[in-house]
Design a protein. Structure first.
Ligand code: ARG
Ligand code: ZN
Length: 503
């Protein structure tokens, strides 16, 4: 499910690809061509694939042993629509090669080039045609957690979890691994009895027999690959009382259940609070997953945010503020996903915004940020902003995504939130709140870009905010802060640390 904005980018990419391969057969190539190996994301050129649009994933994972380090095997059935006449197409995949690949039930040839599965169906797929590709018997090996790179198909003492953001979901399963192509999911885990498999979405069926437990989850609203959670191990799933129509459950290691479940007690109140601020929760269920590793990370996996032990070791008000951050992502980042990875500030700025509002609501801004008030915090961010822009690139154009924290850098989080603060100063609080709600509802279930945000902000304000927001989002220098002419940037500001850098 790709939005029109991204289709435009795709067309540019295809035009280039066709240009490069131009030959006497060019006319034919233009009508029937291989799908591009990537969607042309500025920061991850090979992520995602051209030529088709995924509608639905049916993913099945088998965990042979109660051993978090043991490799898993899987099958995935992908329903897609061809967006060009396709002679062949790719899936992103970095695990162990599959046993077979079928297209519409017929065996297809495939090969592996780097992190791409290159699939050639028996007959070319016509543009606009729906097709299914079934990949059987692929494998993936759980990875040892690395705090410098807290992503991947992660082994923990109790089982495995998925930290797919931004580009690691395809280390577990073959997919179109880019948030521009969202799809619905059915996820089935097949685990030894005594283990529990859980995933994004709501449970449908569980069958126990022959020493195995097979559980199926359905994620009915579109989801980006990077946001899939699938965890299996010695976990317990604990239901809480619903919040309206939202089912709430937490997932924690069995041996830590008694001491850790109460840490998520503020969850239900936070859901109600967010709904009041920005509108209805966009999915059917929410909750928290605890993994007992020391990555210093939390991640907004869809309907089931994940926290590690390091994050939960912080003082309660800090943990709660991080929880508000991950919950806010369900609207900003998940329901409305980024069109490209340069747009990730759209995720992190809003999540930081509600994190700070929650901290303020519970009287914990000083404890959480080291500044006495939200305004004082933003003044400090402002002081740092020029040097962060120099180091990491402008808010909406990060310089690099080579390392995880090049992309998830402090300027995307705090600099992004500062841009929202400037916008709120400019519009006034009521209009700003109207924009926040309008963004979540207009792009619900879709992928949206910085241009989309600028356009909606302008429509909401009733005037052209392009010059104002372009300066804030793409400028190498920080614009003056509306309402605070005394705020200055500093050459050598006292460095701000972020627990936020790891979230
Ligand atoms: N988006 C996450 C957050 O701010 C942090 C990203 C870190 N990525 C990861 N795979 N751990 O909540
Ligand atoms: Zn975040």
């Amino acid at each position: 499910m790709r939005d029109t904005h991204f289709r435009r980018l795709l067309l540019v990419g295809l035009t280039l690809a066709v240009g490069v391969t131009a030959s006497p057969a060019a006319a034919n190539a233009a009508s029937c061509a291989p799908g591009a190996p990537g969607l042309g994301d500025r920061l991850f050129p090979l992520l995602g694939n051209g030529g088709y649009d995924v509608q639905d994933y049916e993913l099945r994972l088998t965990y042979p042993e109660k051993d978090p380090a043991h490799s898993v095997s899987g099958d995935v059935r992908i329903a897609a629509v061809a967006t060009q006449k396709l002679s062949r197409f790719n899936l992103d995949f970095a695990g162990g090669n599959p046993a077979s690949i079928d297209v519409d039930g017929k065996p297809a040839n495939f090969s592996r080039v780097g992190e791409e599965l290159v699939i050639t169906p028996r007959v070319a797929l016509n543009k606009g045609r729906g097709f299914t590709v079934t990949v059987k018997g692929f494998t993936a090996v759980p990875e040892t957690p690395d705090p410098a790179a807290p992503d991947g198909f992660t082994a923990t003492p109790d089982g495995t979890a998925l930290l797919g953001q931004p580009a690691a979901a395809h280390r577990l399963f073959p997919s179109n691994d880019h948030p521009a192509d969202k799809a619905t999911y059915t996820i089935t885990t097949d685990v030894p009895e005594g283990w529990t498999g859980t995933a994004s979405g709501v449970p449908t069926v569980t069958r126990t027999g022959g020493g195995r437990v097979v559980s199926t989850y359905r994620q009915a609203q579109p989801m980006a690959t990077e946001l899939l959670q699938v965890a299996a191990g010695d976990f317990v799933v604990r239901e809480r009382q619903q919040v309206g129509r939202v089912r709430v459950r937490d997932v924690v290691p069995r041996r830590l259940a008694a001491q850790t479940l109460p840490m998520f007690d503020s969850e239900r109140e936070q859901i109600a609070w967010m709904e009041q601020q920005v509108g209805p929760y966009p999915f059917d269920t929410y909750g928290s997953l605890l993994i007992d590793v020391q990555l210093g990370t939390a991640l907004e996996t869809q309907t089931l945010s994940v926290y590690d032990s390091t994050v939960l070791a912080a003082p309660t008000p800090v943990v709660e503020s991080v929880m508000a951050h991950e919950l806010a992502h369900q609207w900003y980042g998940n329901s409305v996903a980024p069109a490209t990875w340069s747009d990730v500030w759209l995720n992190e700025s809003h999540a930081t915004w509600y994190e700070l509002l929650w901290a303020e609501k519970i009287g914990a801004v000083a404890e959480h940020t080291g500044s006495p008030s939200r305004e004082a915090f933003f003044q400090r961010v402002y002081a740092n902003s020029d040097s962060w822009r120099a180091q990491f690139g402008p808010v909406a154009r990060p310089k690099s995504a080579e390392q995880l924290f090049d992309l998830f850098n402090i300027n995307v989080y705090y600099g992004g939130a500062l841009a929202l603060y400037a916008l709120e100063q400019q519009l006034g609080e009521p209009k700003f709140q109207q924009l926040e709600r309008a963004w979540a509802s207009a792009y619900r279930g879709k992928s949206a870009s910085t241009d989309d945000f600028i356009a909606l902000a302008s429509r909401t304000a009733g005037r052209d905010l392009k010059p104002f927001l372009t300066a804030w989002l793409y400028g190498t220098e920080t614009p003056p802060m509306p309402g605070h002419p005394d705020w200055v940037t500093m050459q050598n500001p006292a460095p701000m640390t972020g627990q936020h850098l790891s979230r």
